[in-house]
Every structure is written in structure tokens, then in C-alpha cells.
Write a protein that binds this ligand. Structure first.
Ligand code: SF4
Length: 151
């Protein structure tokens, strides 16, 4: 649990829990609703979907959006470049897949998109990739380097 200040109120929140509607998330981030939809359509972030199809985001997604904005505005990357970078996350190592598993896995062979945004997903997907350590692991812009150096 983490204490955050929202509208001048201190609230205790679970970092991974989807609590923000798209309108609130866009206000908190200072980006348009269209931008959030676009990041999701480009496969860079995921959202929780309610039964009625409304998108809900967690603090984790808000931090991911901040990182993506930084990559676009400060490093001059475009969506394709960011997707390719994210596709380098060694999900097979993080998930400890065995050799036979990952060599046939589309997530391992694809260099175009992160595994969570591919149609096939990995060979042993979580029901919701938002719960997976691979999706959860890449939050700040330094995480990709950390993943690649440490694993
Ligand atoms: S469960 Fe989803 S995020 Fe995790 S490795 Fe599989 S496709 Fe990637």
C-alpha cells in the first residue's frame, strides 16, 4: 500500500489496483483521453475493462504513461521504436520458461511488439497480463536496462 495525495486528500492505494477512470487518469497525467486510448491501441499499456467496457487504470499504468511520454518527448522515440524496445524484455527469463517452450513462443520470436500486446500472448499467459511480472516490471524508463543487465 502507498499513500498518495489525490485532490488534496491523502489516500492509501494499492499500486496495481485499477481505480482511475480514463477521465481521472488523463487529468492526473495532464494528457488527453485520446492519448491514453492511443497508447493502449499501440500496445504500450493495458487497462482493466469493466463489464460495460470502461477502461480503468492503476498507479502502475500512470507511471508507465509518464515513462512513455518521456521517451517520446525527450528521447524522440516513436510508437514503433518504443514497441520494439519493449519487445526486448526477456519475458522467457523473467517467467523461467524452459527451452522448448520459448523457442516456439511468438513472444520470444517477435521483435515488433511487447508480448502482452500480441494476439497470441506467450505460451503460458496469465488470464490478465496486468498481473504478470513481465508487464508489471517495466515501469520506469530505467527498468529495461535493469532487466537486460541483471538477467
Ligand atoms: S502473461 Fe502476458 S505479460 Fe506475461 S509473459 Fe505472457 S504475454 Fe507477456
Amino acid at each position: 500500500m502507498e499513500i498518495k495525495k489525490i485532490n488534496n486528500l491523502k489516500v492509501e492505494i494499492n499500486y496495481y489496483e485499477a481505480i482511475y477512470t480514463i477521465g481521472i487518469a488523463s487529468d492526473r497525467l495532464g494528457v488527453s483521453v485520446h492519448t491514453l486510448r492511443q497508447y493502449e491501441a499501440e500496445g504500450l499499456i493495458l487497462s482493466h475493462k469493466t463489464k460495460t467496457g470502461r477502461r480503468i487504470y492503476s498507479e502502475m499504468e500512470l507511471d508507465k504513461v509518464r515513462c512513455i511520454k518521456k521517451m517520446i518527448q525527450e528521447q524522440g522515440l516513436n510508437f514503433e521504436g518504443i514497441r520494439q524496445l519493449m519487445s526486448l524484455i526477456p519475458c522467457w527469463k523473467i517467467r523461467s520458461c524452459c527451452d522448448n517452450d520459448y523457442e516456439e513462443c511468438k513472444s520470444y520470436t517477435s521483435r515488433k511488439s511487447p508480448c502482452w500486446s500480441t494476439k497470441e500472448k506467450c505460451k503460458h499467459p496469465y488470464p490478465d497480463c496486468r498481473d504478470c511480472e513481465v508487464y508489471r516490471g517495466l515501469i520506469s524508463c530505467d527498468d529495461l536496462k535493469r532487466f537486460i543487465y541483471k538477467l
